[in-house]
Design a protein around this ligand. Structure first.
Ligand code: MV4
Length: 499
C-alpha cells in the first residue's frame, strides 16, 4: 500500500496520517470548503476539496471520494470514525473499485450494524446478554408477556439504533403498549426500520468496552478494556484504561467473549465490543462498533500498540505480529474530550475563534487535536476541539497528571468543557472509582464548577481581600474560576463570594 486517502477531518485525520507517514505511506486529505486551512489539509502529501461545508455535501459523498482515489492512484481508504466509517455499502463500493477499505468487511458491518442480528450472531458463542426478547417484536401481547417475565422496568430498543438512540424505559406494564408503539414509530422515522426489542433495564451499570483486533488469517486478540461510564446524554466525556473494577478473571472472561463476538462476524481490523457491567459485576454484551473509536488512544498508551498501524498492516493482508500472551497492561491512561461547549449553559455548542490555544506539554501527556491558534471552530461538525490523554504508572498518577494538564491547557475565545473535566477528575466518586453511567446526572450541576468556600475560608478570603485592597487601592476582580482556564485551578479560585 503506497497511498492512503483519509476520508475524514480534524484530529482523527491527522492521527491516521501520522501513522501512515511513519510507515512510508503517502497520504491524501479530502476537505470541505470550511476546512481549507485545517491542519489535516496542510499535513497531507496531497489534498482535494470535495465540496461545500455541510458533511452531506462533502465528507459523506462516498462516490466523490472514490473518484478522488482513482484520480490520484490511491490504494487504501481509512474512514476514521463517524461519517462513512460504518457504512457497509460505502465499504462495498470501495472494494469494488479495487481499493482497500481499512476496516472490516461490509458483511461484518451489516451484522453488527443491526442490534438484533448482532445478538443472534453472538448467541451462537454463548455470550452473556441481558434477558429479553430474542427477535423483533411483532405481537404486542407476546411482547407484554416477555416484559412481565423479565420484570419491569424494561427497555425498548430499536434494532437499527445504537449509542443510546431509539431507547425507551418502560416502568409499568400499563404503559407498555403505548410506549412500544411510540418506540416503533420513532425507529421507523429515524432509521427507516421499525424493528424493536425488549431488554430488562439494568440500573446503574458501568459501560465497559473491549478493543479487539483481527487479521485476515483468522487470528483475533483483545487489547483489554476501556471504562467509559462517565458520559453525558450518551456522549462520552472521560475514558480510561484499564477499568479499576475489573479483576484479572473478569477481564479475561470479557476479553474472550469479545473475541468470540468478533469471531461471530469474521471480524477483520480494529473493533470494539461494548458491555454493561452490573453492580454484581455480571457483564452483558450490548453491541459492537465496527470502527476505530474516538477513545482508542488510552488503549494505545497502556499496550504500546499503534492501532492505526495495525489496521493498515491487517488491510495489507499481514498476520498479526503478536499473540494474546504477548499483550499486557502497562500503567494507566485517562482521556478527556475537550469540546467547544459551555458547561454553564447546558453544554450548548460555543462556536467561535480560538484566540488563545496553548496545549499542555511534558511527560505522559498526549494531545490529539485538529486546530491551531486563530482558527474558527466550524458550526457544521462535531464541536470536539481535542482529546487530552495522560499516562501514568498508576491511576492516581494519570489522574493528577490530567489535572495538571487541564490547568496547563489555555484556551480563550470559546467556552470549553475543560472546567467540567476538572470537576470530574476532582470528584470523590471518580477518585474512588465508585461510579456508574449516572455519574454526570447524579453529581453535576453548573454550580459544581464554581469553587464554593466554607465559612472559615470565606472569612479568610474576606480578610485577605481587605488587606489587598488597602495595599493596592485597586479593586480585586472576582473570578468565577471558569471563564478563563489560565494558570492553575487553585490559584484561579482567588475569591468567590456566594450570592
Ligand atoms: C442498556 C442500559 C440498561 N439496561 N441496556 C445506552 C447506549 C447503548 N449502547 C446501550 N445503552 C444502555 N443500554 C439495558 N438492558 C443502559 C444503557 C445506557 C448506557 C450505556 C452505556 C453508557 C451510557 C449509558 C447511559 C444510559 C443508558
Amino acid at each position: 500500500m503506497n497511498k492512503i486517502l483519509i476520508a475524514n477531518r480534524g484530529e482523527i485525520a491527522l492521527r491516521v496520517m501520522r501513522s501512515c507517514r511513519e510507515m512510508g505511506i503517502k497520504t491524501v486529505a479530502v476537505y470541505s470548503e470550511a476546512d481549507r486551512h485545517s491542519p489535516h489539509v496542510k499535513y497531507a502529501d496531497e489534498a482535494v476539496c470535495i465540496g461545500p461545508p455541510p458533511s452531506s455535501q462533502s465528507y459523506l459523498i462516498g462516490d466523490k471520494i472514490i473518484e478522488v482515489c482513482k484520480m490520484l492512484g490511491v490504494d487504501g481508504i481509512h474512514p476514521g470514525y463517524g461519517f462513512l466509517s460504518e457504512n457497509a455499502s460505502f465499504a462495498a463500493k470501495v472494494k469494488e473499485a479495487g481499493i482497500a477499505f481499512i476496516g472490516p468487511s461490509p458483511e461484518s458491518m451489516d451484522i453488527m450494524g443491526d442490534k438484533l442480528s448482532a445478538k443472534a450472531a453472538a448467541k451462537k458463542y454463548n455470550i452473556p446478554m441481558v434477558p429479553g426478547t430474542e427477535g423483533a417484536i411483532d405481537d404486542i401481547e407476546t411482547a407484554k408477556n416477555t416484559a412481565i417475565e423479565v420484570g419491569f422496568p424494561i427497555l425498548v430498543k430499536a434494532s437499527a439504533g445504537g449509542g443510546g438512540k431509539g431507547m425507551r424505559i418502560v416502568e409499568r406494564v400499563e404503559d407498555f403498549e403505548e410506549q412500544m408503539k411510540l418506540a416503533v414509530s420513532e425507529a421507523t422515522s429515524a432509521f427507516g426500520n421499525g424493528a424493536v426489542f425488549i431488554e430488562r433495564y439494568v440500573a446503574g451499570p458501568r459501560h465497559i468496552e473491549i478493543q479487539v483486533l483481527g487479521d485476515t488469517h483468522g487470528n483475533i486478540v483483545y487489547l483489554f478494556e476501556r471504562e467509559c461510564s462517565v458520559q453525558r446524554r450518551h456522549q462520552k466525556v472521560v475514558e480510561e484504561a484499564p477499568s479499576c473494577v475489573l479483576t484479572p478473571e473478569i477481564r479475561k472472561a470479557m476479553g474472550e467473549c469479545a473475541v468470540n463476538v468478533a469471531r461471530a462476524c469474521d471480524y477483520v481490523g480494529a473493533g470494539t465490543v461494548e458491555f454493561l457491567l452490573d453492580e454484581n459485576k455480571n457483564f452483558y454484551f450490548l453491541e459492537m462498533n465496527t470502527r476505530l473509536q474516538v477513545e482508542h488512544p488510552v488503549t494505545e498508551q497502556i499496550t504500546g500498540i499503534d492501532l492505526v498501524k495495525e489496521q493498515i498492516k491487517v488491510a495489507r493482508g499481514e498476520k498479526l505480529s503478536f499473540k494474546q500472551e504477548d499483550l499486557q497492561i502497562k500503567g494507566h491512561s485517562i482521556e478527556v474530550r475537550v469540546y467547544a461547549e459551555d458547561p454553564l449553559n447546558n453544554f450548548l455548542p460555543d462556536i467561535g475563534t480560538l484566540h488563545t490555544y496553548k496545549t499542555p506539554q511534558g511527560l505522559g501527556i498526549r494531545v490529539d487535536d485538529g486546530f491551531e491558534e486563530g482558527m474558527q471552530i466550524p458550526i457544521y461538525y462535531d464541536p470536539m476541539i481535542a482529546k487530552l490523554i495522560t499516562f501514568g504508572k498508576d491511576r492516581e498518577e494519570a489522574r493528577l497528571r490530567m489535572i495538571r494538564a487541564i490547568n496547563d491547557y489555555h484556551i480563550s475565545g470559546v467556552e470549553t468543557t475543560l472546567p467540567f473535566c476538572n470537576f470530574v477528575m476532582q470528584h470523590e466518586a471518580f477518585i474512588s472509582g465508585n461510579f456508574d453511567t449516572h455519574f454526570v446526572k447524579h453529581y453535576f450541576k453548573p454550580d459544581s464548577l464554581q469553587p464554593v468556600l466554607n465559612e472559615e475560608e470565606l472569612e479568610l478570603a474576606a480578610l485577605a481581600a481587605s488587606i489587598a485592597l488597602a495595599e493596592t487601592k485597586k479593586e480585586i476582580p472576582l473570578t468565577d474560576g471558569l471563564s478563563q482556564n489560565t494558570g492553575n485551578w487553585k490559584a484561579n479560585r482567588k475569591i468567590f463570594l456566594k450570592g
